[in-house]
Design a protein around this ligand. Structure first.
Ligand code: 5RP
Length: 296
């Protein structure tokens, strides 16, 4: 019990200073509740408004792909440089130390493999798991134009509904099937459908032509996937252009963990995303970090 005697008289009312009502820094997120915003502010750096998500969830449908054979050896050293880890609950529990402070985005859709139709996914993780694992967002694959388009959209809307109940944002991951066009028209359609149906942010692919129409017509933040491995300078240029054209960050996997020097590459990506470094300068940083690591 606090001592009732001798209480200091309260006088710091600052009656002349109106309480400030601040807007939230993320596009489309102002009407969300506190917990939802707090989680988003752990994914996106409030100082820069951007995020470097390290995507390592590929194993959920393609097994131990190149660079992810040993997450404990190849990926753990990258974790300190990521703002966010995107992964499955299996890898999270088995390999990632619970002392990790990076925001966790949990892959919650699944049920298909590279041996069958990829769009035939369901929700594969109960909401209780996301709460138990203290995740900052739940990722659901959405296959616009895919064979199981409707099923994948409903997977996403179900997670939006449940996530809204508990204050956990949903990341819609726009998937590109073999037969789907990878152009701005397609991504405008896919991203807008996901946003209209409640996704709190969206992962899509960068396209060189008209990408700014994808970001401007999407009312919530967009992050770009890296896609298949390309030369480091090209990947940095892609990230730079995406940010310049309205993306709020990257959710990059292969172009980091399949790089010749993944620790150098993730730092170069950070420089582009958070510090507006040019691709050329970021590539110089990559090369010098790679060299200094070899010397050790
Ligand atoms: C797998 C994913 C990946 O997380 C996504 O494709 C990002 O990884 P990459 O940069 O390697 O494309 O969603 O379904």
């Amino acid at each position: 019990m606090p001592d009732a005697d001798g209480i200091k008289e309260a006088k710091m009312f600052h009656c002349d200073i109106p309480q400030e009502t601040r807007g939230f820094f993320l596009k489309g997120a102002n009407a969300l509740d506190w917990g939802m915003k707090n989680r988003l502010a752990r994914i996106f750096n409030p100082q820069t408004g951007k995020t470097v998500m390290l995507a390592i969830d590929h194993g959920y449908f393609q097994g131990p792909t190149t660079g992810l054979e040993r997450v404990d050896i190849n990926i753990l050293p990258l974790v300190p440089y990521a703002d966010t880890l995107m992964l499955t609950r299996g890898i999270l529990r088995a390999v990632i130390p619970p002392s990790t402070s990076q925001a966790i985005v949990l892959r919650v859709s699944g049920g298909a493999s590279i041996l069958k139709e990829l769009s035939n996914e369901d929700i594969a993780v109960d909401i209780e798991e996301s709460i138990r694992l203290n995740v900052c967002a739940m990722a659901v694959q959405v296959f616009i134009g895919g064979e199981f388009e409707k099923q994948s959209i409903i997977n996403m809307t179900k997670m939006v509904d449940i996530g809204n109940r508990y204050g956990i944002p949903t990341l819609a991951v726009t998937a590109v099937g073999k037969d789907m066009a990878r152009d701005a028209k397609y991504f405008r359609l896919a991203c807008r459908i996901c946003a209209e149906l409640g996704a709190h942010y969206i992962k899509t692919y960068y396209v060189e032509k008209d990408f700014e129409t994808v970001t401007s017509s999407c009312p919530v933040p967009i992050v770009i996937a890296g896609g298949k491995k390309i030369p480091e300078l090209d990947a940095l240029t892609m990230a730079y252009n995406a940010i310049k054209e309205g993306a709020a960050g990257v959710d990059m996997g292969r172009n980091i963990f399949q790089s010749d020097a993944p620790i150098a590459m993730i730092q170069a990506v950070r420089a582009v995303v958070h510090d507006h470094e040019t691709p050329k300068k970021a590539f110089e940083l990559y090369k010098s970090l790679k060299k200094s690591m070899k010397c050790k």
